[in-house]
Design a protein around this ligand. Structure first.
Ligand code: XMP
Length: 512
C-alpha cells in the first residue's frame, strides 16, 4: 500500500484517486502525523503532495525525515518535491517566473518514472501551480524534465527510486499524469493492481464495525445518492443497529419525500423515521439572507432534529452522513491547515460543536463517481445511483435572498418543469446536475394584455466528473426556449427565465 503525506494542496485527494484507479490501495496522512504512524504504516511507496506553503521559509512544513530512510520509492509533487530537495541537500528559491495552469515539459532525460510514457526530447502538456522552483539538486538527483519557468521541473534518482515533479500529475490537465502515477506505484514500487470497489466495500464495512462496536447509529437520509449509498453500506455492516432519519426541511424537490420513503422503508426494509420539520426550518430561516448563515442554521437545525429523534429512539451514539471528499475539501483543509473555505457544506462545516453524537462518514474519501460505482457494487437501482446530486441545504441555497414557503413552492414547480423537459429530451444522464434558481429580482413583463411584475428564474445545468470543476451544459436554443415558455406558463410568480453559462471555477455549481 501507498502512503500519501498531505501538505494541504486543494488536489491531494486526486492523487489518492489516481492511485486507486491504478488498482493500488492508499491512505492520506497529514505531513505532521506521528512518525510512529508513518513507520508503522508499512508503505511500499510514499507520495508527498503539493501545498500552499513556501519551503524558502524556515517554519513551513517538512516531511518526516524517516520517509527517506524507509528504503521505499518516494515521489514529491510540487511543494512535496521542493521540500524533498531542500531536506536532502538541494536548494529552492522564490522565482519571478511563476507558472499557473497549462505549461509544457521538455523531457530532458530518461527515468523509470517516464518508462513507456515519455521519451527523451519530447514535449508534453502538464499543469503547474508554483511560485518557487528548485535551484540546485540534492546529491544523487539528475534533471529529467524542464519547463519555461522551472529548469528542474522533473528530477530523478533512479538508484534510490526518489522522484520529484514540479507539475501536478494528478489533475486531468496533465493528460499523461495518471500513467506516470501508475508507473510509480506499480512499475517502480511494485504494488499489485488488484484493489477495487469490492475491496473498498469490504474494508469500509470492517471499519464501520470497528468504529461503531455495538453502538446505535442514526443516518440522515436526503434522498440523494450519497446518503443512500452510505445508509445501505452501513446497514450491510451493522444491520438493525442502524435507523435512517429523513427530515423534510421544507426545501426539498417535488415528490422527494415520497420517493425516499418508498425506496428505503418499502424496498430495502431499513428502519426509517420520516419527519416533517418544515415549520421549524423555515421559521429559523425567516429573514436570513446571508448564504453562510443559511448553511450554518440548516446544519445546526438538522442536528437538533437528529438529536430529538435519537432521544425518541432511546439514544444513539453515532450520526452517519454521506459526506464526500469535495464537501470536505471545500469546507476545511484536510490537514486543518491553510486551504481556504469556499463554502461550509452543511454536512461538514455546519455541524455545531456541542453535538454529542460522533460522526460516521464512510464515503469521506470518495468522489461522486466513485460513490456511484460503490452504489452499483451494493446493488442499488440505477435510477437512484444515477440521480443528480442535491445539496443538503436544498432549495435554500437556490433562492438568493430571503427564504419563504411561497418562494420555495414557486421554485419547486419551476425545477420540476425543467427536469421534466430534460428527461423528455433524453439529456438527464448526460448532465451532472441541473436545477432552477429563483432570483430575488422582479422584472416587468406582459402576459395576456396585462402587465406582470414577477420573479426571474435562472436555469443551471453543468457537466462535471467530480463536482470540483464544471462546465455549463450547451443546450440548444430550441430546448431553452421551450423550457422557458413552459415555466412561465405553468408557474405563477415567474415571468422571465435566464440560463447560467458560468463554469466552475470561477463560479460554483450552486449559487450560494
Ligand atoms: P459547489 O456549489 O460548491 O457544489 O460548486 C459542488 C457540489 O456539491 C454540492 N453541494 C453540497 N452538497 N451539502 C451537500 O451535501 C452542501 O452543503 C452542499 N453544497 C453544495 C452541489 O450541489 C454540487 O453538486
Amino acid at each position: 500500500r501507498v502512503l500519501i503525506l498531505d501538505f494541504g494542496s486543494q488536489v491531494t485527494q486526486l492523487i489518492a484517486r489516481r492511485v486507486r484507479e491504478a488498482g493500488v490501495y492508499c491512505e492520506i496522512l497529514p505531513f505532521n502525523a506521528d512518525p510512529a504512524r508513518v513507520s508503522d504504516f508499512g508503505a511500499k511507496a510514499v507520495i508527498l503532495s503539493g501545498g500552499p506553503a513556501s519551503v524558502t521559509q524556515e517554519t513551513t512544513p517538512r516531511a518526516p525525515d524517516l520517509v527517506f530512510d524507509l528504503g521505499v520509492p518516494v515521489l514529491g509533487i510540487c511543494y512535496g518535491m521542493q521540500t524533498m530537495m531542500e531536506q536532502l541537500g538541494g536548494k529552492v528559491e522564490t522565482s519571478d517566473h511563476q507558472e499557473f495552469g497549462r505549461a509544457f515539459l521538455e523531457v530532458a532525460d530518461s527515468a523509470r518514472l517516464f518508462e513507456g510514457v515519455w521519451e527523451r526530447g519530447e514535449r508534453h502538456q502538464v499543469w503547474m501551480s508554483h511560485g518557487d522552483r528548485v535551484l540546485s539538486l540534492a546529491p544523487g538527483f539528475v534533471t529529467v524534465g524542464k519547463s519555461e519557468g522551472a529548469p528542474c521541473a522533473a528530477v530523478a534518482d533512479d538508484g534510490r527510486r526518489f522522484y520529484g515533479v514540479q507539475f501536478h500529475p494528478e489533475v486531468v490537465h496533465t493528460p499523461d499524469g495518471a500513467r506516470l502515477l501508475s508507473n510509480f506505484v506499480r512499475g517502480i514500487a511494485g504494488c499489485g493492481g488488484d484493489w477495487s470497489m469490492a475491496a473498498f466495500r469490504a474494508q469500509a464495512i470492517a471499519q464501520i464495525r470497528a468504529q461503531v462496536g455495538d453502538g446505535k447509529v442514526i443516518c440522515g437520509l436526503s434522498g440523494g445518492v450519497d446518503s443512500s449509498v452510505a445508509a445501505v453500506l452501513i446497514h450491510e455492516a451493522i444491520g438493525e443497529q442502524l435507523t435512517c432519519i429523513f427530515v423534510d426541511h421544507g426545501l426539498l424537490r417535488a415528490g422527494e419525500a415520497e420517493q425516499v420513503v418508498e425506496v428505503f422503508r418499502d424496498h430495502y426494509n431499513i428502519p426509517l423515521v420520516a419527519r416533517d420539520a418544515s415549520d421549524l426550518f423555515l421559521g429559523k430561516l425567516a429573514g436570513v439572507e446571508d448564504p453562510e448563515r443559511k448553511r450554518k442554521i440548516i446544519g445546526a437545525t438538522f442536528i437538533d432534529v437528529f438529536e430529538e429523534e435519537a432521544a425518541d429512539l432511546g439514544g444513539a451514539d453515532f450520526l452517519a452522513q454521506g459526506t464526500l471528499y469535495p464537501d470536505v475539501i471545500e469546507s476545511v483543509s484536510f490537514t486543518g491547515g491553510p486551504s481556504v473555505t469556499i463554502k461550509s457544506h452543511h454536512n461538514v462545516g455546519g455541524l455545531p460543536e456541542r453535538m454529542r453524537m460522533k460522526l460516521v462518514e464512510p464515503l469521506r474519501e470518495l468522489f461522486k463517481d466513485e460513490v456511484r460505482e460503490l452504489g452499483r457494487e451494493l446493488g442499488l437501482p440505477d435510477k437512484l445511483v444515477g440521480r443528480h446530486p442535491f445539496p443538503g441545504p436544498g432549495l435554500a441555497i437556490r433562492m438568493p435572498g430571503e427564504i419563504t414557503r411561497e418562494k420555495a413552492e414557486i421554485l419547486r414547480k419551476a425545477d420540476a418543469v425543467y427536469l421534466d423537459e430534460i428527461r423528455k429530451a433524453g439529456l438527464y444522464d448526460a448532465i451532472w446536475q441541473a436545477f432552477a434558481v429563483l432570483l430575488p429580482v422582479k422584472t416587468v413583463g406582459v402576459m395576456g394584455d396585462a402587465r406582470s411584475y414577477d420573479h426571474v428564474c435562472a436555469l443551471r445545468a453543468v457537466t462535471s466528473t467530480d463536482g470540483m470543476t464544471a462546465e455549463s451544459y450547451p443546450f440548444d436554443h430550441e430546448f431553452l426556449a421551450r423550457t422557458a415558455t413552459r415555466i412561465i406558463n405553468e408557474v405563477r410568480g415567474i415571468n422571465r427565465v435566464v440560463y447560467d453559462v458560468t463554469s466552475k471555477p470561477p463560479g460554483t455549481i450552486e449559487w450560494e
